[in-house]
Design a binder for this molecule. Structure first.
Ligand code: EPU
Length: 440
């Protein structure tokens, strides 16, 4: 187990190059199973979730080779393994997006269900409903999903759920529909940039998909798809986190290699807080000259404010003058960052899916723990600006979505280091009172 040690109070300045999007990489790696021949993906972020997806695909008979640090080559080897390895699948909820490709190519899938999720209830009923509509028979018990589909047939699939559409549910049905017989219409489809990127990848493999980026996707099934080369879109959540790092510390950070259009809702929310932006075609920079001001923000599916930015924006609001509200429109329980931020001095009270934030003048360093990825990012941001030393445990969560976070922040001027958590255990004192050196 590792932890970050952050000495707060240094303004961050400089430029970061955006990595490819994690949430595009995971379903697109899974989608490579649909294609014959070799797929090459460029700009793949080196994250633990990506490594986990790679390990699952290998176990399912996909030959995977890194060409260089960010380019991966994937080729299905024609095996008929349909059971995904439990230990790997349980690490990552995103492994649910293997269901569609397995059903479409091998006619069956047994997928262990990932355990409970700290960001709240994450059912997969819409995934299953959509795949059943295409002709799959699916049985579930409390541990696994067992799906069979000797043939998939296109039809109209409504994907609306209680909180809008579903990103990976749309991905699953779209992937399965690419090899189904006839035409599938996905109504209330998710239109997040990552879903669009998946659709563009599938199209490059020969799939016929229209309505990309809209709420209605029409997919005409093909006999087969052919592997292709594809470059992933930039990660709008990682980029947003680094822009906040600049603004919260009173510095100025640019992120280049972006699609600023994907970030409009995040930029708008930050502008409401008094943060100033500059932009050109593929770069955004953010800084501030005045104190942060309170704002009322609500997360929604795209093009709304992304839930994956909510914890980081909450850290900004913790320091804003006045009273703010944060409403979660996607995951009503995504507030695991609140208790640790309160330990650092934030004044936040959660009421159901809403949180009231009364801004404070400063945060203080503390020993805190990340229990999920974006909450971890929020705590690191708080540490960058907190007085004194902040120790963020649970770095494995942060490594799921941020590549070399401490190096990126260090290059911008942050005082942050990673160490084995055992260093943090209370030093053992021998009888003569001398400290015992511990090994790393
Ligand atoms: N939902 C249902 N039934 C379903 C599926 C979803 O009711 O069958 C509900 C969920 O409970 C939630 C809402 O629909 O309230 C949206 O969930 P969605 O299915 O869209 O989430 P997801 O596809 O499982 C992806 C991202 C998440 C991101 C969400 C929302 C990946 C790998 N994960 O999850 O990313 O928060 O979309 O945008 O793409 C992250 O990167 O930190 C992360 C959690």
């Amino acid at each position: 187990m590792q932890e970050f040690v952050i000495r707060g109070g240094r303004p961050l300045h400089g430029t970061v190059r955006a990595n490819g999007a994690k949430n595009a990489a995971l379903p697109i790696m899974a989608a490579s199973m649909l294609a014959e021949g070799t797929t090459v993906l460029h700009r793949v972020p080196r994250l633990s979730d990506v490594e986990t997806m790679g390990a699952i695909l290998r176990a399912l008979g996909v030959a995977l080779r890194w060409r260089d640090r960010h380019a991966v080559e994937l080729r299905s080897t024609g095996t008929d393994v349909t059971v995904a390895p439990r230990e790997l699948v349980r690490r990552m909820r995103a492994s649910v997006c293997l269901l569609g490709p397995l059903l479409a190519t091998r006619g069956a899938a047994t997928l262990p269900l990932p355990g409970g999720c700290v960001i709240g209830d994450r059912p997969i009923d819409l995934h299953l409903k959509g795949l059943r509509a295409l002709g799959a028979s699916i049985r579930e018990d409390e541990h696994q999903v067992y799906a069979r589909a000797p043939a998939l047939r296109g039809t109209t699939v409504p994907m609306a759920g209680p909180r809008g559409s579903t990103v990976l549910g749309t991905a699953n049905v779209m992937m399965a529909a690419c090899l189904a017989e006839g035409t599938t219409v996905i109504e209330h489809a998710a239109c997040e940039p990552e879903v669009q990127d998946l659709a563009r990848f599938l199209t490059a493999c020969g799939a016929e998909i229209s309505g990309i980026g809209t709420r209605t996707l029409t997919i005409t099934g093909r006999e087969h798809l052919e592997g292709c080369e594809h470059t992933l879109i930039p990660d709008r959540i990682e980029a947003g986190t680094y822009l906040i790092a600049g603004a919260i510390t009173g510095g100025k950070v640019s992120v280049e290699g972006l699609r600023p259009g994907h970030m409009q809702a995040t930029v708008h929310a930050m502008e409401q807080m008094g943060i100033e932006f500059g932009r050109d075609e593929d770069t955004l920079w953010a800084g501030r000259r005045s104190p942060l001001c309170a704002a009322d923000i609500t997360t929604y599916p795209y093009p709304g404010l992304p839930t994956d930015m909510q914890p980081q924006l909450s850290t900004l609001l913790a320091l804003a003058e006045g009273t703010s509200t944060v409403t979660e429109g996607v995951y009503p329980d995504r507030f695991t960052h609140v208790a640790p931020l309160r330990r650092m001095g934030a004044r936040m009270v959660r009421k159901g899916s809403r949180m009231i934030v009364r801004g404070v003048g400063r945060l203080s360093g503390a020993r805190v723990k990340a229990t999920d990825l974006r909450a971890g990012a929020a705590l690191v941001l708080a540490g960058l600006v907190g007085e004194g030393v902040t120790t963020v445990q649970g770095v494995d969560q942060i490594d799921r979505g941020y590549e070399d976070l401490e190096d990126v922040l260090g290059n911008l001027g942050a005082d942050i280091s990673r160490r084995d958590a055992e260093w943090a255990a209370p030093a053992r004192l021998p009888a003569d009172g001398q400290r015992v050196r511990r090994s790393a």
